[in-house]
Design a protein around this ligand. Sequence first.
Ligand SMILES: [Mn+2]
Length: 318
Amino acid sequence: MKYLPIRQAIEEADKITLFRHTHPDGDAAGSQLGLKEWILCNYPQKDVRALGFEHFSTYPYTDEADDEFVASSLAIITDTSNSARVDDRRFRTAKRVIRIDHHPIVEKFEELLYCEPQRGSVCEYIAEILMGEDFKGTVMPRKAAEYLYSGILTDTLNFRTSDCDASTLKNAAKLVDCGLDMNELSVRMFDVSQQEFALRTKIRNYFDYQDGLCFVKLNKEAIGEIGIDSDTAKIMIDEFGKVIDYKIWAVLAYNSKTELYDGSLRSKNGYIVNEIASRYNGGGHDCAAGIKGLTEEDVENCRKDLLAEIVEKDKKSA
Ligand SMILES: [Mn+2]
């Protein structure tokens, strides 16, 4: 019964707008577009628009909607923990707002919130909701299953993160049962072009390792030399995620627009980075967070904070 209000809200709305976070990743775009395909398949008479100004490379499109449309719509926001991060501020004007998420709860800005922070991806959570009891009688079309499955793959790095469990696999298996090609999707989400491979190889050379911390600082010169912007550099964080010795890894890149540093932090085995991220205009999950607007001095302080987290955690577990 828990999810019936979502179903009722969708059934009552003629117009539905779907929102996700800025700098969308596979989980943000996958949940949004998966939901869109699912609604259009089950309620073809509804007008559904997936909104957002920034694109996720693998899914290069979003819809448009004028202010009037948004104001008379049911808005569903996915994968976004704070209102400032919603990519299209107009969600505030919508008739009703539902949010489905898997981030720690930091802010309430919706009428109905469904949030399970222990989930590895919001796509998995949405798959479970849509294929569960409260949505009996509806179908999961292959296209929607593909989007949701891709979001699970990207947020769990192909089922590698510590928040994967039996429920992740069960929900993913149900999506696979809808007829998608696992191998093809995995290749599409993770294989890179030769050009990107060359770029990643360059960035790898900037790593600095100390006591369990891999710290990649790309200053103005480095950014110029590599020929990359800070947003693209931040995404390369996963390049450093497969080294046994790294307890925490970070990429901090100079943003030529703000002349400050933006970055991504990752960790494993219980080292926590989102508390540190909150000191540097950021946030996220325990083991994956973003930061932005750091000065040179902040960058060095952030490095010290990350090293301190390693020392503290090691002391506790010793
Ligand atoms: Mn997510």
